[in-house]
Design a protein around this ligand. Structure first.
Ligand code: SF4
Length: 496
């Protein structure tokens, strides 16, 4: 998962002036930091000098950019990216945005995963001689699109050829992709995969001086930057907004069923955001209410006897409040998060994750000692974090711990941008709830039911593949994908 954003300041007065879009892109990236913490980058296009300006590095947004670098990122067109590594290494060659000058200037950022990346990469090389310089999906998409435009005889940016070429790209790509990009001197564009797996929204801001448009992964970026939410970019849609604010849009490819990633509401998106018309905050309250009904049945049967509800901060806090209210139990923040330690789930390897768990949660002994704790987490992926937290609670004197998860058991890999692609890594893949409870050291584990998840999110068009093995796209390339993900660069070289 990554965070993406793009802005065009469109009035003629802003074009060629010092009104840089990069500062708002930077502020937007700060709000999207939770979507990826490995690297950050901003690309701009300056109509005065007719040059791209690019700054990208490993690290958090606030450490990659300062006042000086932002002032050098001139231009009314800007895109930005925060990266979360799933496939491919975190080598600097994979950092976005990526840009090309042939057949004309295009820069792009994306969120998602191309499942058949390695097949396309090989075909592209064999058929066209193209040699990608990274293992990043966006370089592949960029090359493929440019290859088709060149074959169609494009001479500079021509919208009709760009759309025709993109149709060819869509025929080839399998996976999840929300993309935002710049065409040098022309405007800003965005497109989204035909299932709409990853989110992408459009906002507009009008002031007395200028009109600006913004594409972003989440509405919270629009809110902070003062943009009015206009709409979602539709699944399979291409939108182009030129330097003067003229908008063109078309559906490149549609599917009978949209499949929005349920994990965006459960875990990934900021709680202030709205996705597909559904507030993330409301959906997490609903997850808690439905889960509370299941927990109540266990209490009624005297299987568990909790006396306090404790969230694993931060994502599960909203659901924990709803659970405590529904069960009429006290809600206590018995684990305090050190906000300066990275989110453990999205750190790149197991060792880093385990160290981060120990450093990031500080227990409040008075709220733990002697208590029967109902511990609420948003999901149980590998079980690593849960096991450590439970050991911590026991060490501080918890009498018993019941772990409840607002996400149903994650049993199948994700090929669309979330870092649990290997079945063997998922604690629930081949285990009963009793076995899971034993491994992570709790008295009982209680998961939300899939039907209750759907009711909570109030959406029919969801991707639930990691829960029910029903993938929205063909997954013929899954073995290569998993193998390369597991062995990273070594296996990749052998295969290629
Ligand atoms: S498989 Fe799971 S995590 Fe991946 S896109 Fe689908 S719902 Fe989201």
């Amino acid at each position: 998962m990554c965070g993406i954003i793009g802005i065009v300041n469109t009035l003629p007065s802003s074009i060629g002036s010092s009104n840089n879009a990069s500062y708002d892109v930077y502020r937007g990236l700060l709000t999207l930091q939770h979507r990826g913490q490995d690297s950050a980058g901003i690309l701009t296009y300056d109509n005065t000098s007719r040059e791209f300006h690019l700054e990208k590095r490993k690290g958090l947004v606030s450490s990659v950019f300062d006042k000086g670098t932002l002032e050098e990122l001139k231009g009314n067109l800007s895109i930005g990216h925060t990266r979360y590594v799933t496939v491919g290494s975190d080598h600097k060659s994979n950092i976005q945005p990526m840009v090309t000058g042939i057949p004309f200037g295009i820069g792009m950022v994306h969120n998602g995963n191309i499942l058949n990346f390695y097949s396309i990469k090989r075909i592209l090389r064999e058929e066209t001689g193209s040699h990608l310089l990274s293992n990043n999906d966006i370089e592949l998409i960029l090359n493929l699109w440019c290859h088709h435009m060149i074959n169609m005889g494009t001479r500079g940016f021509e919208l009709d050829i760009a759309v025709k070429a993109l149709k060819e790209v869509y025929k080839t790509l399998i996976g999840a992709y929300s993309v935002v990009g710049i065409v040098s001197g022309m405007g800003l564009f965005a497109f989204r995969d035909p299932h709409g797996i990853r989110p992408l929204v459009l906002g507009k801001k009008e002031t007395s001086l200028e009109t600006s448009w913004c594409f972003a992964s989440e509405t919270l970026a629009l809110n902070i930057l003062g943009y009015e939410y206009e709409r979602e970019v539709k699944p399979g849609e291409f939108v182009f907004i030129d330097n003067y604010g003229n908008m063109y849009n078309t559906i490149i490819k549609s599917e009978t069923r949209n499949s929005h990633c349920m994990f965006e509401w459960v875990y990934f998106s900021g709680v202030e955001s709205e996705l597909e018309g559904m507030s993330v905050y409301t959906s997490r309250l609903n997850l808690g209410k439905f889960l509370a009904k299941k927990i109540q049945r266990e209490i009624d049967q005297k299987i568990i006897n909790p006396d306090v509800v404790v969230p694993v901060p931060d994502t599960s806090r909203t659901a924990a409040i709803a659970i405590a209210e529904t069960l009429k139990l006290p809600y206590r923040e018995a684990l305090i998060k050190n906000r300066y330690v990275y989110r453990s789930f999205i750190l790149g390897n197991q060792q880093k994750r385990e160290q981060a768990v120990e450093q990031k949660l500080s227990p409040v002994k008075s709220e733990i000692f002697g208590k029967n704790i109902l511990l609420v987490d948003d999901s149980i992926v590998r079980g690593t974090t849960s096991k450590k937290i439970i050991a911590l609670l026991k060490r501080y004197g918890a009498h018993s711990v019941t772990l409840v998860s607002t996400c149903p058991p994650l049993r199948y890999p994700c090929f669309y941008g979330v870092d649990f692609p290997s079945t063997g890594e998922l604690i629930a893949s081949n285990r009963t709830e009793e076995e899971i409870a034993r491994i992570i050291g709790v008295d009982k584990v209680i998961y939300l039911e899939i039907e209750d998840l759907k009711l909570s999110l109030q959406h029919e068009n969801l991707c639930l593949a990691c829960l029910n093995n029903d993938y929205p796209t063909p997954i013929d390339d899954k073995n290569i994908f998993q193998e390369i993900r597991n062995h990273e660069m070594k296996t990749q070289r052998e295969y290629l």
